[in-house]
Design a protein around this ligand. Structure first.
Ligand SMILES: [Zn+2]
Length: 73
């Protein structure tokens, strides 16, 4: 399990504010929503002509909810 995930789980358990995955502002857990966000682009490269955007599941605040909404699979 990765460190950031441990931190996230610990923060949720402690009911601490979480940093928005989109912009880093802190919000109360209750104000946030779980959303898929583009994490990185892959390709194009040799034998792989497409550009893919990988999505990661993260928590976003109201600030980035609209942005995240456009990224849902
Ligand atoms: Zn944000």
């Amino acid at each position: 399990m990765s460190d950031w995930l441990d931190d996230l789980i610990a923060a949720v358990r402690a009911n601490k504010p979480l940093a928005c995955a989109g912009c880093g502002r802190s919000w109360d857990r209750a104000d946030m929503l779980e959303a898929h966000l583009p994490s990185r682009n892959v390709g194009p490269g040799p034998g792989f002509p497409l550009t893919l955007t990988l999505l990661t599941l993260g928590w976003v605040g109201p600030c980035c909810a609209e942005l995240a909404d456009q990224q849902q699979p």
